[in-house]
Ligand binder design. Structure first.
Ligand code: GDP
Length: 363
């Protein structure tokens, strides 16, 4: 039970340095020699057969900014929609260093080996856009999982706004489900707004916490705890077990102060060790208990319907915004209006109105 972090000298949280996307090491994902152009129907056929090379290419189209790629991607998504929706979607969040990669590796192996599942691991990483370095990029840490053909691991799409990245991930979920993955993980870092985006696309939201660091240090805000359907305190091993149990008790107390969530499910708090694979089964018993509970009381479908509605509006907002900012008339005059606002020649609101009028009048 001697993990380096259990050494009293260990400085607590470590933030892993950003890395470039690692090479794909899944041996089942063979590089294609020559890229053939597939029709949308071909994509769908291959995806349905569980061809992960083609699935991977389709996801690349979804992520592409290129208009032609987007057209094909949208057609593929539409054709995959009837085959989607059958999975259990799980959001996983926690600060860097909480043990997300290690845990996902352990969770994934448990689901594959003990529960006969096929798992897709997707990510939404707000850091990759800004710094080009990715907090969640080091996927090679999911060593066991990345060698299994029952697992499909895809790093976060990096280009675009959080809304855009989240939409791509949601569309990727549809493709993965059509390819027969029955469990979808969407991983994110618990430091920004990305949890809200992930929460709005999953059935169960799992928050990975650590013992021994105050909430502030962990950067976990009350809002994130309120979103969680389960809180799991990681690294409950060696010297750390008692501290983890104490932290779990504190989280349990804190949760009592929150109103009962609309699911009717009182979030559970558990301790486990991702590294030593202790307490993993109990976590998944809990997740499946939640799924059965919410399917029985109708909340499962209610939440998915609410999410579909949410994404329709998000998609409208995103596209309106993109078209506005990409419109040549707007890009031409925008810097001038900005200057006028800065020089206090016109008010922000007047400038916005002029620009919007210009945009909508040319439609
Ligand atoms: P992430 O940044 O949230 O993905 O965290 P990682 O999975 O990369 O883990 C960060 C560090 O915590 C690594 O050094 C892991 O070996 C360590 N770690 C992860 N899980 C455990 C655990 O269950 N017990 C202990 N003691 N260390 C762990």
């Amino acid at each position: 039970m001697n993990h380096p972090e259990n050494d009293p000298q260990y400085a607590g949280l470590t933030v892993n340095e950003g890395v470039a996307s690692p090479p794909v090491i899944n041996p089942y994902l063979q590089a294609r020699k020559r890229r053939q152009t597939l029709s949308p129907a071909d994509y769908v056929e291959q995806i349905r057969k569980g061809n992960i090379t083609v699935l991977s290419q389709a996801v690349t189209l979804v992520e592409s900014q290129n208009g032609e790629h987007q057209t094909i991607a949208q057609e593929v998504i539409e054709k995959c929609l009837p085959y989607s929706g059958q999975s259990v979607r799980i959001g996983i969040t926690g600060v860097p260093g909480a043990g997300k990669s290690t845990s996902i590796d352990a969770f994934g192996m448990h689901l594959i080996e003990q529960r006969n599942k096929r798992l897709a691991v997707l990510a939404i990483d707000p850091s990759s856009e800004r710094s080009k370095g990715s907090i969640l990029g080091d996927k090679t840490r999911m060593e066991e999982l990345s060698r299994r053909k029952e697992a499909f691991i895809r790093p976060s799409p990096s280009a675009g706004s959080l809304g855009g990245v989240a939409r791509k991930t949601r569309e990727t979920i549809i493709l993965c489900e059509a390819a027969g993955f029955d469990t979808i993980f969407v991983e994110t870092v618990g430091v920004g707004q990305s949890e809200t985006a992930v929460h709005s696309m999953v059935d169960f939201f799992l928050l990975i916490q650590l013992a021994g660091t105050g909430d502030e240090l962990q950067g976990i805000k009350r809002g994130i705890m309120e979103m969680a359907d389960g809180i799991v305190v990681n690294k409950a091993d060696g010297e750390n077990i008692q501290r983890a149990q104490l932290a779990a008790a504190q989280y349990r107390n804190a949760l009592h102060l929150f109103p009962i969530p609309p699911s009717g499910w009182t979030p559970k708090v558990m301790t486990y060790s991702g590294y030593f694979k202790l307490g993993i089964r109990e976590i998944w018993d809990m997740v499946f208990e939640y799924i059965a509970f919410t399917k029985t009381n109708g909340y499962f479908d209610e939440r998915r319907n609410a999410q579909s509605k949410y994404w329709m509006y998000e998609s409208i907002n995103e596209q309106l915004r993109n078209r506005f900012y990409q419109s040549p008339a707007i890009t031409e005059i925008l810097p001038l209006k900005e200057q006028q606002v800065l020089r206090a020649e016109i008010s922000s609101f007047a400038a916005a109105k002029q620009l919007l009028d210009l945009y909508f009048n040319q439609q």
